[in-house]
Design a protein around this ligand. Structure first.
Ligand code: FAD
Length: 456
């Protein structure tokens, strides 16, 4: 079997893997990008809502042209019974067509010298002292025949999405964070359809008091973590639907929620495109690296779990990984890679893990409780905007007063809220103290305390 030698092999060519391959090639490494599907089908094929603030910091050109479906639209959040609402007029949210966006990342990566292998299946890894040395592949060449080859590298980047192919074979990565259970997984579907009856679509908007182009986001449709978003285009020609719920037999899946909405709203016409899957909602892996291995994107649970958004965290993580290994003679050296884990946990892990406490709290609420959160002012515009931007909310007098007022109006609800969320600032501070250098004893202590605070 022929072996091709690279500095770095990136597995998975979704947004995380494609961006990572690009940044690592720009840093001067010889990089291979391997995808099990055709490159043209790698990663998400649907429309994702992104806040574009961070693109410049990451060093990527902001999405433009056909990558953008609709830019900077208002968002109106509703409780499940539509009794409560909250308007965020200037959300800064932009809908990105992920297919052309990921295609652009691939093109840029290849232009920077990345060698691509698509429709390529991993057959196995060869390890020496727990550090991967080579990965063996087969690639169908037509009929029953397959091309077999292997790639050797100093660093293997696992960006294979929620399955985490290589992560699953490295004990130290699995042990520090534990495995996902269904309560930490969201099933989601995004669909765009034509509008078959504009008058009825306009009537839907009028009934909810919103303009065309507004994202109508209904929170807690089935209680807890379940959301349905409906966005009628500004020219009333199309509607975008996004639904997601925790993977639980008691709840409809994202696909079933969209189907139900279409059945109840006959103005939703033929499907233009749809796509879906599962999203990991747990805190990011405590440890993102092992000798010769770095984990990225969904494979590392790098997701803003409150609304299941993983694209911006994945792109930022790809940049942090490239920063950490640039100029290293051995980019797979654990002390070099630790720089990626540490900078990620301090810059993003702190925020993602803190919001994850809120996600787990909200998962146990009933639809009525979510309506109370609106009514008591516990969800206000500043907080919702912070969630859209994926940043920590500024502590404000209004939020403090809302909690106090809740205590007076509904002491039981307030007690539950405070008990569940009191650890949020502690989790945030703990992540800021992530060990700067790799010291196994210090790290084990850090993980134990993180688990205690998060209640995992
Ligand atoms: C319906 C839906 C709506 C969403 N909406 C949003 C949103 O609005 N905003 C947002 O930020 N996020 C959203 N997300 C989440 C977002 O799509 C993911 O977080 C993001 O795609 C993660 O990127 P990734 O590259 O880590 O993984 P993926 O996109 O899953 O890509 C992984 C790639 O690895 C490949 N692969 C897997 N196994 C192998 C293997 N053995 N060998 C080679 N290749 C392999 C896969 O084929 C795939 O191409 C949504 C998700 C869903 C399902």
């Amino acid at each position: 079997m022929e072996t091709h030698k690279f500095d770095i092999v990136v597995l998975g060519a979704g947004p995380a893997g494609a961006a990572s391959a690009l940044f690592l090639a720009e840093a001067g490494f010889k990089v291979a990008l391997v995808e099990q599907r055709e490159f043209a089908k790698a990663g998400p094929s649907w429309v994702n809502g992104l806040h574009l603030d961070t693109f410049q910091k990451i060093g990527l050109a902001e999405p433009a042209g056909d990558e953008v479906e609709i830019r900077d639209f208002p968002v109106t959040f509703f409780s499940a019974d539509f009794g409560e609402r909250l308007d965020v007029a200037a959300s800064g949210f932009t809908n990105i067509r992920m297919r052309p966006f990921v295609d652009r990342l691939h093109r840029s990566a290849f232009a920077a010298g990345v060698i691509g292998f698509d429709q390529t299946r991993v057959e196995g890894f060869d390890f020496r002292d727990e550090r991967p040395q080579t990965v063996r592949f087969s690639r169908l060449t037509g009929g029953d025949s397959a091309d077999r080859f292997s790639l050797s590298a100093k660093l293997f980047v696992d960006a294979t999405g929620i399955t985490g192919l290589l992560r699953g074979q490295v004990a130290s990565l699995n042990q520090s964070s534990g495995s996902l259970n269904d309560a930490d997984v969201c099933t989601a579907l995004q669909q765009n359809s034509r509008i078959s009856d504009r008058a009825q679509a306009a009537e839907f908007l009028k009934r909810h008091g919103v303009q065309p182009g507004t994202l109508v986001s209904i929170l807690g449709t089935q209680g807890g973590y379940s959301t349905l978003s409906v966005q009628v285009s500004r020219d009333l020609s199309e509607v975008g639907l996004l639904a997601g719920a925790i993977k639980d037999a008691r709840f409809l899946t994202g696909t079933q929620m969209v189907k139900k909405f279409c059945g109840e709203n006959p103005w939703v016409g033929d499907k233009i495109h749809s796509g879906g899957g599962t999203i990991p909602l747990r805190h990011p892996l405590h440890r993102l690296t092992a000798p010769g291995v770095a984990v990225l994107g969904n494979a590392a649970n790098q997701v803003f779990s409150v609304h299941g958004s993983g694209v911006m965290p994945a792109l930022q993580a790809a940049r942090l990984l490239a920063n950490a290994v640039t100029d290293a003679a051995d980019p797979g050296d654990e002390s070099v890679l630790w720089g990626y884990t540490a900078s990620f946990q301090k810059n993003l892990g702190a925020m993602l893990a803190t919001y994850n406490l809120f996600r787990r709290f909200s998962q146990n609420l009933k639809s009525d409780d979510i309506a109370k959160m609106f009514r008591y002012g516990l969800m206000n515009e500043a907080m919702m905007l912070a969630g859209i931007k994926q940043v920590m909310p500024e502590p404000s007098l209004t939020s403090g007063l809302s909690i106090l007022a809740t205590g007076l109006r509904d002491p039981l609800f307030a007690a539950n809220l405070v008990r569940s969320l009191a650890h949020m600032p502690l989790v945030y501070m703990h992540y800021l103290n992530f060990p700067e250098v790799h010291d196994q004893k210090k790290f084990a202590g850090w993980v134990q305390h993180a688990k205690n605070l998060a209640g995992y």
